[in-house]
Design a protein. Structure first.
Length: 134
């Protein structure tokens, strides 16, 4: 099994880093908003420049707005509501989302999620991606 941190799909802007934003965020239990801000702030000089800093500022505003809207209630949106509200009707696409939900909450079924995403990729693009990992 190869090291997934040695692979980067679409560029090299993270491979040069000793600690990648993904690893930092996961190890420190950061939410998606904070992790996205970290990602854009880290890569802006090596990828999209001003646009990455604009995205960084946008995620700061999104995170602040949602944090205030959620407050202490931390209301959960079920995956079925997310998929239906966003008009995702393709059964392969829906399947990937439902496996993602199990993976996100319980950190199991990575292989099942990989298979679901590769099935979707095959359906849409006629090929699968073998990262040589897992």
């Amino acid at each position: 099994m190869s090291n997934p941190f040695e692979l980067q799909v679409g560029g090299t802007h993270y491979k040069r880093l000793c600690i990648q934003p993904f690893e930092f965020a996961m190890r420190n239990h950061w939410d998606f908003g904070a992790a996205s801000i970290l990602k854009y702030l880290t890569r802006f000089e090596d990828k999209a420049g001003k646009q990455d800093l604009e995205k960084c500022l946008h995620f700061i505003e999104l995170r602040n707005a949602l944090s205030h809207a959620i407050g202490e209630s931390r209301s959960v949106i079920p995956m079925s509501q997310y998929v239906d509200a966003n008009g995702i009707t393709c059964s392969l696409h829906r399947r990937a989302f439902f496996h993602l939900e199990n993976y996100a909450y319980f950190l199991f079924d990575a292989e099942v999620l990989r298979e679901a995403v590769n099935d979707l990729m095959t359906d849409r693009y006629g090929e699968q991606m073998d990262l040589g990992i897992g």
